[in-house]
Design a binder for this molecule. Structure first.
Ligand code: TEU
Length: 544
């Protein structure tokens, strides 16, 4: 196997609105990111995935782009971006942009022009005639529903047509049956690659090609998906992008391929269409009916099994537990009452299993879910829509609707980064766009960087260990048979063998594996006295 930079580097996802606010307007920005590069460097980060920085009316906070060639004024200017590229290069940190090409904003000039059926841009979007029911009422062209509730179509009175939007009505889907759309995507990609970005995280990339606009099989969620999920057309588009853009620039891609199983995921990576794809099975293990609004008890064995399955079956995976769309991992898969050991156990898994680690801002200090009081504090459009839908369609009382929303709201992950214990957590000097988690006085970067026994210092140690022992990044992996709640595996190459034991459970478990050797890392100080069993969330990394 030929190793590339992304095999070894640790990624860090930045949600720019909430990372660091340099000009004190309550919203994070590019200068804020620049100011924190030394912090990221000292953590050991080698690449950043930055959530959308482009111009956007923010109905979905940047995932609704109105100009792909410019920077949102909240975040700065293209000059700021160029400076970021320069400073990141000096720090040897690669930058990966978010590429959102399933849809644009409804404020994108091409969408506005496309309303006119005679416009050359009309066919850049998916316009269709509606239906009429027996009573003469207007109905959408088909029965598909949007990811964020309601029909996937909106009516436009100016042309008496409907347009498709798999997300909010402010995010019209592009029409990939029109080759001109893909040509424009190539231009956008080249524009950012020419500025020096290393590649793209590709938003809902397996949704882009709609094979037909027929009615879908009725489902609780995603009715219509058999017509747009991972279609052959999407593969062809990715092959073309690879051939014409990615390959010539030697660019990296990671696909957000929503709703794919193992076999399906493999089809996106085998022919170099995408460098790798995010698996989502393991971050759904605590969902009931596979839906984020319904929680079920978290069982670590399910997490362990899912990681194993993907690692053993896919050549190379990104390894992650958090992003801007899902609640915090410490609150879900760890134990808030035992934060240090549980967060370091999760960290150890990400940094020693085989694959490319992706950390999400705040994860490295054990940021938790937020004590939101109610829907009034929420900014996430999917949460607000689902809150309303639960009341209107399912007649749930407000309190119950809120309980369901609080289970999954994306805002748990989107509150400002907790830098210190000043007011607004050192993120900004003014009231931020989304409120700060009230635990910022105890959970923050400043506090943790002063202690060698903090979650932050252990992230640092683990990343340093991964760099010092290349086998942890590049070696073979072999899972040993042990209790199903613990990871026990060996990483090996011709020179080295390292044994990793991670108890993912809040209970102790016995282990059979021989733990002799030099302990390279442990998250309990008195590890020597405790061979043959692992305490709650105990980790030992041993050189054999
Ligand atoms: O998310 C895609 C996606 O499938 C979401 O519906 C996801 O399942 C949900 O957010 C989980 O609660 C991507 C982006 O990551 C997300 O932020 C955007 O809102 C969405 O695409 C539309 O661009």
């Amino acid at each position: 196997m030929q190793y590339k930079w992304w095999h070894e580097r640790v990624f860090y996802q930045i949600y720019p609105r909430s990372f660091a606010d340099s000009n004190n307007d309550g919203v994070g920005d590019i200068q804020g990111i620049i100011a924190k590069l030394p912090y990221l460097k000292s953590l050991g980060i080698g690449a950043l995935w930055i959530s959308p920085l482009y111009k956007s009316p923010n109905y979905d906070y940047g995932y609704d782009i109105s100009d792909y060639y410019s920077i949102h004024e909240d975040f700065g200017t293209l000059e700021d971006f160029k400076l970021l590229m320069e400073k990141a290069q000096e720090a040897d940190i690669k930058i990966v942009m978010d590429l959102v090409i399933n849809h644009t904003s409804f404020k994108h000039p091409r969408f506005l022009q496309s309303i006119d059926p005679l416009s050359p841009f009309h066919d850049h979007y998916i316009w269709a005639q509606g239906k009429v029911d027996k009573k003469g009422r207007r109905l959408p062209p088909n029965n598909w529903d949007s990811m964020f509730t309601g029909p996937a179509w909106s009516y436009e009175s100016k042309n008496d047509l409907w347009y498709l939007h798999l997300f909010t009505p402010e995010q019209p889907d592009l029409n990939y049956h029109n080759p001109a759309v893909l040509e424009e995507v190539k231009n956008i990609m080249r524009f950012w690659l020419d500025l020096g970005v290393a590649g793209f995280r590709c938003d809902v990339i397996n949704f882009i090609y709609k094979s037909s606009l027929d009615d879908g099989q009725k489902a609780v969620y995603k009715t219509g998906k058999e017509h747009y999920l991972s279609q052959e057309g999407a593969h062809q588009i990715l092959e073309e992008l690879h051939r014409d853009v990615l390959e010539p620039y030697d660019a990296y891609t990671v696909g957000e391929t929503s709703d794919v199983d193992l076999e399906n995921a493999k089809t996106f990576t085998k022919g170099n269409e995408l460098t790798m794809v995010f698996p989502f099975e393991h971050t759904s293990v605590d969902y009931r009916f596979n839906l984020a609004i319904f929680k079920r008890k978290y069982k670590p064995a399910r997490m362990v099994a899912s990681f194993k399955k993907w690692i053993l079956n896919v050549d190379w995976n990104p390894l992650f537990l958090e992003n801007h769309d899902i609640p915090r991992s410490l609150s879900r898969f760890g134990d808030e009452s035992n934060p240090f050991v549980s967060a370091t156990a999760l960290a150890s898994a990400l940094l020693t299993l085989k694959g490319t680690p992706y950390l999400y801002q705040g994860q490295e200090i054990g940021m938790t879910n937020v004590d939101f009081k109610g829907i009034d504090e929420i900014k996430d459009v999917s949460s607000i829509n689902i809150y309303e839908m639960l009341q209107k369609t399912y007649h749930l009382p407000k309190r119950l609707a809120w309980r369901f929303v609080n289970n999954f709201t994306r805002d748990h992950a989107r509150t400002p980064m907790q830098w210190d214990d000043n007011v607004y957590a050192g993120f900004s000097e003014v009231k931020p766009w989304l409120r700060v988690n009230s635990n910022y006085k105890s959970i923050n970067v400043k506090h943790q960087s002063e202690s060698p026994h903090s979650i932050l210092s252990h992230y640092q140690k683990l990343i340093a260990l991964r760099k010092a022992h290349k086998v942890l990044a590049l070696g073979e992996i072999k899972f040993l048979k042990e209790n199903k709640n613990i990871f026990v595996f060996e990483r090996s190459n011709q020179r080295e063998k390292i044994l990793v034991l991670i108890n993912m459970d809040k209970r102790s478990h016995r282990v059979k594996t021989d733990m002799d050797g030099e302990v390279l890392y442990a998250n309990y100080i008195d590890f020597k006295d405790h061979q043959k069993h692992l305490r709650p969330y105990e980790v030992q990394i041993i050189k054999k």
